[in-house]
Design a protein around this ligand. Structure first.
Ligand code: BG6
Length: 474
């Protein structure tokens, strides 16, 4: 039987746009998604899990099932509808005070993210992470939140800078839907690293006594075979999707090898290298030396093969197994070994990847004082059984099996020396997914979206037991 440390925190993760709903209520400003989703016509972000109105009930349920901490994000455009700090919406401010008070009432520690994929529309239209106005406004908004919400003791600057940049500029699955612009993705990542650094440095100057970190999506990358070409494709993919931002935020400098791999990708695509200034690099370094923790989001691993054709990406946004394709010119092609189990969304279930990622942070980024697993979980197609009553329990053995294996991999990493202090399941309750709508469910609690009723899943009982005993049954 594996054990987690006694003070290890067990939590659930959410993001404002994915749970709150109420996108047009109480003066909330538009974000980059609103018009984009409406035009696409596939699904609406309302009502999501209606957390805007049901947070207190959800937190009561969470407390009952052993959830000790929760990731929430502040919807920037609820507080500053246009993004810039000249126009404040007091109803947004009041909502978050009430949410944090409810967390305290239910003995749940909030980890609060300032940006989780929901750039205010006005700033998005001005260039999003490519615009200096966006960067300045983000820093102003962050400083406002630090002063306004002293009840928050754990802050996260940005959720997954790279996922945002790659989906906005390479795979085109996030608005504005650009494809194949590796240069824009790298520049947007660097700019997010800078914005993050400015906020960390400002927070430390304010001396508020809390902790601040960043959340990264780290996918573990392996070569498909031992050939030189496959190993190089894996190194390129890792540099582009992991190492560039890990270096920038956790070491405070891009290593020469990282820069040379990034340049190789951009050269192969005839695109220019990103721009940075010496002042920005100083800011990055200062922030890396003051960072309190890094959050790791790890769900799956990828395997790479050498490839020199044109870029082609197909996103599996429906759960039709085997439909996703990722071949990137100048990087390589994703190809899973045959024996690897996958979800309906083609995500490879590979707990060793979690262990390897946590050990990588421990070994390669010694400045990092602590790590939290800030997202991990499995998206499944689940439905309410016919004739369900209030006490119907949703049976989700696949989720329990997944959690058992991944959390065991975390316990192994802790035994091997990694300082991992907590785990947040994605997600607390079923939520709205950016590119999959309502059919991909991750929650400990099932949400019947039309009625918004909550039903407990078996995994919530499993989670409660783990949270109370800290023992992972074999
Ligand atoms: C993470 C994001 O990348 O993965 C979440 O931080 C997201 O916002 C989660 O929902 C799962 O991704 P998806 O595409 O299955 O919803």
């Amino acid at each position: 039987m594996l054990k987690l440390p006694k003070d290890f925190l067990m939590g659930g993760a959410t993001a404002a746009y994915q749970v709150e709903g109420a996108t047009k209520e109480d003066g909330k400003g538009k974000v980059l998604w609103d018009d984009y989703l409406e035009k696409q016509g596939r699904f609406s972000p309302d009502p999501a899990a209606d957390f805007y109105h049901r947070y207190d009930d959800d937190l009561a349920l969470s407390e009952k099932y052993g959830v000790q901490t929760i990731r929430v994000s502040i919807a920037w455009s609820r507080i500053f509808p246009e993004g810039t700090t000249d126009k404040l919406e007091p109803r947004g401010v009041e909502y978050y005070h009430k949410l944090f008070a409810s967390c305290a009432k239910h003995h749940i520690i909030p980890f609060v993210t300032l940006h989780h994929f929901d750039t205010p529309k006005k700033l998005h239209d001005m260039g999003d992470w490519m615009s200096p106005v966006m960067l300045d406004s983000f820093v102003d908004y962050a400083k406002y939140c630090f002063k306004e919400f002293p009840e928050v003791k754990y802050w996260i600057t940005i959720n997954e800078p790279t996922s945002m940049a790659i989906q906005q500029h390479v795979s085109g699955t996030f608005p504005p839907g650009e494809k194949g612009r590796f240069d824009n993705a790298v520049q947007a990542e660097h700019n997010q690293n800078v914005a993050h650094a400015r906020i960390v440095n400002a927070y430390k100057e304010m001396n508020l006594g809390g902790e601040i970190g960043i959340v990264h999506a780290i996918q573990t990358v392996y070569p498909y075979s031992d050939s030189q070409g496959d190993r190089h494709a894996a190194a390129l993919k890792d540099a582009f999707e992991d190492r560039f931002y890990l270096d920038g935020t956790l070491a405070g400098e891009y290593s020469p090898e990282t820069l040379s791999l990034i340049k190789e990708i951009l050269d192969a695509n005839n695109q220019p290298m990103f721009k940075s200034t010496p002042k920005e690099m100083e800011e990055l370094s200062k922030a890396a030396h003051q960072l309190d923790f890094v959050g790791v989001n790890n769900y799956f691993s990828v395997w790479m093969r050498a490839y020199d054709g044109a870029s082609e990406t197909i996103h599996n946004g429906t759960g039709a197994k085997g439909t996703s394709v990722s071949r990137l010119h100048g990087i390589g092609e994703e190809r899973k070994p045959d024996n690897i189990e996958t979800t309906d969304w083609d995500w490879a279930i590979y707990p060793k990847g979690m262990h390897d990622t946590l050990m990588r942070i421990h070994n390669d980024y010694p400045l990092v004082p602590a790590t939290y697993v800030t997202e991990n979980g499995i998206g499944l197609k689940e439905s309410l059984p016919e004739g369900a009553t209030d006490d119907t329990i949703i049976d989700d053995p696949k989720r329990i099996d997944y959690l058992k294996k991944y959390i065991s991999a975390i316990a192994d990493a802790i035994n091997d020396g990694a300082n991992v202090k907590g785990y947040f399941i994605w997600s607390l309750q079923d939520q709205f997914s950016w590119t999959n709508g309502y059919s991909k469910r991750y929650g400990l609690f099932f949400v019947d979206f039309p009625t918004q009723k909550r039903y407990v899943k078996k995994s919530a009982y499993w989670f409660k037991n783990l949270s109370e005993t800290h023992e992972i049954e074999d």
